[in-house]
Design a protein around this ligand. Structure first.
Ligand code: FDA
Length: 300
């Protein structure tokens, strides 16, 4: 449980100067350039960890701004092959213009998924705030009709998630399940931790029982134990699941899971548009106050 000071600092983060935010959050991003993220992926692979790469950026508000990120992802898919790292990318559809022109977003995604398929790679569609859930699932379903190498994220805090799993069951989606990070009203999302965790395990069981492969994306030790129980009860092999964690978070727990023989993928964000992503991570860090103060004093 974060202290009152940590919660206060988390609330004040928008007022913290960007260079300080950058310094404090450097652990959460692989770097600004491809060379940095490739080095991170190779270091993980050497320790038996998988990776997925995310080019930072979201909420693109015009068609013109939506095209360059799509081109960058197409290039990334090729560069992963050349570099010999995991052929796996994670994409936020708002970065590819979901809110300004969803047909353009769909066509950009189709090109990326097709190119990834030609390299036997995988594309995972991140899930953003609840105003985008329907549109995101529409893009996923449309692409899934033609490609098996595209997966989607569902968020355990949404009231709708169990119904979404039932509706998507005929597609046997490749899922990532996470708690959900965006601030949502009570009408849309469960607000308490116990309720979110209970729904996470219900959703995970439903995904497994529907035959899906699931990326279990959490750093919560209680949920990881619950997931291990579900896996053991169903005698699922490592082809049916992997754990997933964010770069820079809970590395000891991560290494323990790998030592136990569980597959684990690390989410590697990189690029210049780091601010929104890092703010979300800092708000989740239970000891953000100490990190911010140390950085302010030049000690971080
Ligand atoms: P919780 O927040 O309870 O964290 C468990 C413990 O981990 C905490 O007690 C703390 O000790 C530690 N911890 C967590 N965050 C930390 C941090 N930043 N710094 C230091 N310690 C930290 N969300 C979403 O809405 N859409 C998406 O597409 C994705 N994608 C995604 C991919 C992957 C691979 C992961 C791991 C997560 C996401 N998320 C996401 C984020 C997710 O919804 C959620 O906000 C975070 O994973 C935090 O929730 P936990 O389940 O880890 O539990």
């Amino acid at each position: 449980m974060p202290s009152l000071l940590d919660r206060t600092i988390a609330g004040l983060l928008p007022a913290v100067p960007r260079p300080i935010v950058r310094r404090v959050s450097s652990r959460y991003i692989a770097g600004e350039e491809f060379t940095a993220v490739v080095a991170a992926a190779r270091a993980l692979a050497a320790r038996n960890l998988r990776s997925t790469m995310d080019i930072l950026g979201e909420n693109t508000d015009s068609v013109e701004k939506a095209r360059p990120p799509a081109a960058a992802y197409l290039e990334l898919v090729n560069r992963q092959v050349e570099a010999g790292v995991d052929r796996n990318v994670s994409i936020k559809l708002s970065q590819l213009g979901l809110t300004s022109d969803r047909e353009l977003c769909l066509e950009s995604m189709r090109a990326i998924v097709a190119r990834s398929a030609s390299h036997r790679g995988k594309v995972r569609i991140d899930m953003e705030d609840s105003s985008l859930t329907d549109a995101t699932l529409w893009v996923f379903k449309t692409l899934r009709a033609d490609y098996t190498n595209v997966g989607v994220v569902l968020q355990a805090y949404l009231h709708r998630t169990l119904a979404d799993i039932a509706a998507l069951a005929p597609l046997t989606p490749d899922y990532r399940l996470c708690k959900g990070i965006y601030i949502e009203p009570a009408a849309v999302a469960i607000q308490d931790r116990a309720g979110i965790n209970a729904n996470f395990l219900r959703a995970l069981a439903a995904m497994f029982d529907g035959g899906s492969v699931v990326g279990i994306a959490t750093h919560d030790a209680a949920l990881i134990d619950g997931a291990k129980r579900l896996i053991a009860e169903r005698r699922l092999g490592p082809d049916r699941y992997e754990f997933q964690m964010l770069l820079g978070v809970q590395e000891k727990l991560r290494d323990r899971l790998v030592a136990e023989g569980h597959p684990l993928r690390v989410y590697l964000p990189y690029g210049r548009e780091w601010y929104a992503y890092c703010m979300r991570r800092l708000k989740e860090n239970p000891s953000v106050a100490g990190h911010v103060f140390r950085a302010m004093l030049g000690l971080g």
